[in-house]
Design a protein around this ligand. Structure first.
Ligand code: XMP
Ligand code: MG
Length: 183
């Protein structure tokens, strides 16, 4: 897809790459204050959180192990079904570990509330959440999110890891997807 066609699929830019990186640095500094070195495990939720994890983990002034989980509650559409399926489980045991879940976006909150319960059941010492984006108006369940990058309107967004039907993930900025693309 060419640049001109990509631009036609997007409306408002909600966060530029520069703004995202500045925010990640801010949150990384806070996380470094909140956790003892060597106590923390980052768990990224595939695939959307890949970019967040790459930049956030490198903004942390300490070494940190990373693990990954792939879950799906969406299929190819734009609405959460609430039915969460594990597509790839963690490779490591998080028993007694302090886990920070790294998420691209909280929409309904259904995926995260399921993950939080699942991780608690594995005996994690603590489980907290960092979500780069959150849509407060879309919440169906309350999820305690300790670190939030940006609160955004209830619209479908793409870029910086976020996709629509696997497209737009590698865009540097995050923008609202034009409704003509999915309607
Ligand atoms: P829930 O509704 O369970 O959704 O909080 C969480 C997951 O759904 C995906 N999601 C989006 N993906 N643009 C996207 O590209 C969006 O606006 C959007 N809203 C939700 C995402 O994978 C998230 O982890
Ligand atoms: Mg996701």
């Amino acid at each position: 897809m060419r640049a001109a066609d990509i631009a036609n699929d997007l409306t408002t830019v909600l966060a530029t790459e520069e703004e995202i990186l500045a925010k990640l640095n801010e949150i990384a500094a806070q996380v470094a204050k909140d956790y003892e070195p060597d106590s923390l495990v980052l768990v990224g939720v595939l695939k959307g959180a890949v970019m967040v994890m790459a930049d956030f983990s490198r903004a942390l002034p300490m070494l940190v192990p990373m693990d990954w989980m792939a879950v799906s509650s969406y299929g190819a559409g734009t609405r959460s079904s609430g039915v969460v399926q594990i597509r790839k489980d963690l490779d490591t045991d998080i028993h007694d570990k302090h886990v920070l879940i790294v998420e691209d976006i909280i929409d309904s909150g259904l995926t995260l509330s399921w993950l939080l319960e699942n991780f608690a059941a594995r005996g994690a010492a603590s489980v907290e959440v960092f979500a780069l984006f959150r849509k407060p108006e879309a919440a169906k369940v309350e999820v305690h999110c300790r670190y939030v990058g940006f609160d955004i309107p209830n619209e479908f967004v793409v870029g910086y890891g976020l996709d629509y039907a696997e497209r737009y993930r590698n865009l540097r900025d995050v923008a609202v997807l034009a409704p003509h693309v999915y309607s």
